[in-house]
Write a protein that binds this ligand. Structure first.
Ligand code: UTP
Length: 293
């Protein structure tokens, strides 16, 4: 395969978001705000910081708000201009140079199925995949580090994190050999194993650098755990053909697809936001005092 740079990202957003019902009954989970931005915008900004300017968003039913969010909003812009709200105007136009393509996943048949929908947009180049409900601390460089590793080894790179064994059955899990600091050569992948059968405590989290040979495998894959087309199963198939690497993330990640993870992300990211951090901090201290009694 020819050496190529990572220019594109897939943002799967076709899931049903059942853990957030009823909020996600008619609105996308990916549009739930963390402080003042929807979750999916954090993922877009993270990829943009790595030089990625083309996004393929996999959508489904009730996901139109995502398209509107990244589209121009002429009436709003006019109104902000008239009222002299320059900063807000800049803010809503900050991502306007990025390109977005949208593909509907007609049925939520799994993450692997969602990613396979992007094939016509990827052709023969590597691509980043970001699950926007996994929020990575915006000061972290996980995706950049993964892209550097891809450039060095020209192999797919999966972000991995050590998780408590009590949580392991929620994840795809790898077994691997440490090659150098934070880099594992993968020799096994299992989707949602039981704690007893898990090959390690290293879980795959929502950042991937994939190579286009994954698509052929995805398209011929039978449903796996939960009756879904699982990306982990496709990666296990790819592992039979080529080397895969795991990049161990030791920074801060929030599983914002889960209610508690979402609330933690909201608190921590609000504390980093100068507009709200002062009064919020006072409030948190007051709540902590109240909880002591
Ligand atoms: P999740 O496992 O979080 O599933 O998907 P979900 O449907 O979004 O949420 P819950 O578990 O029902 O609450 C991980 C990522 O994969 C995408 C989701 O949109 C999310 O970004 N996904 C999942 C798809 O795009 N299509 C699918 O069929 C399944």
């Amino acid at each position: 395969m020819k050496e190529k740079v990572v220019r594109k990202a897939i943002l799967p957003a076709g899931g049903l978001g059942t853990r957030f019902l009823p909020a996600t009954k008619a609105s996308p989970k990916e549009m739930l705000p963390i402080v003042d931005k929807p979750m999916i915008q954090y993922a877009v900004e993270e990829a943009q910081a790595c030089g990625i300017e083309e996004f393929i968003v996999i959508t489904g039913k009730h996901k139109r708000a995502i398209e509107d969010h990244f589209d121009a909003a002429f009436k709003l812009e006019e109104s902000l201009k008239k009222s002299g709200k320059k900063k807000l105007l800049e803010e809503i136009n900050r991502l306007s140079h990025l390109n977005f393509a949208y593909i509907r996943q007609r049925e939520a048949l799994g993450l692997g199925h969602a990613i396979s929908r992007a094939r016509p947009f990827i052709k023969d180049e590597p691509v980043a995949v970001l699950l926007s409900d996994d929020i990575i601390d915006p000061d972290d460089t996980l995706l950049k580090d993964m892209i550097h590793l891809y450039e060095e080894c020209k192999a797919p790179v999966l972000a991995i994190e050590k998780v408590p064994m009590s949580d392991i059955s929620r994840y795809g899990v790898i077994a691997g050999t440490l090659e150098k600091e934070n880099v594992y050569r993968i020799h096994d992948l299992v989707e949602k194993p039981s704690p007893e059968s898990a090959p390690s405590d290293m879980a795959i989290i929502g950042r991937y650098i994939l190579t286009p040979d994954i698509f052929e495998i995805l398209e011929n894959l039978a449903p796996g755990k939960g009756g879904e087309i699982q990306l982990t199963d496709a990666l296990a198939g790819l592992l039979k053909r080529r080397t895969l690497y795991g990049y161990l993330f030791t920074g801060k990640r929030y599983d914002a697809g889960d209610k508690v993870g979402y609330l933690k992300a909201t608190v921590d990211l609000a504390l980093k936001n100068p507009e709200v951090s002062g009064p919020l901090k006072e409030y948190i201290i007051a709540v902590a005092e109240r909880l002591k009694h």
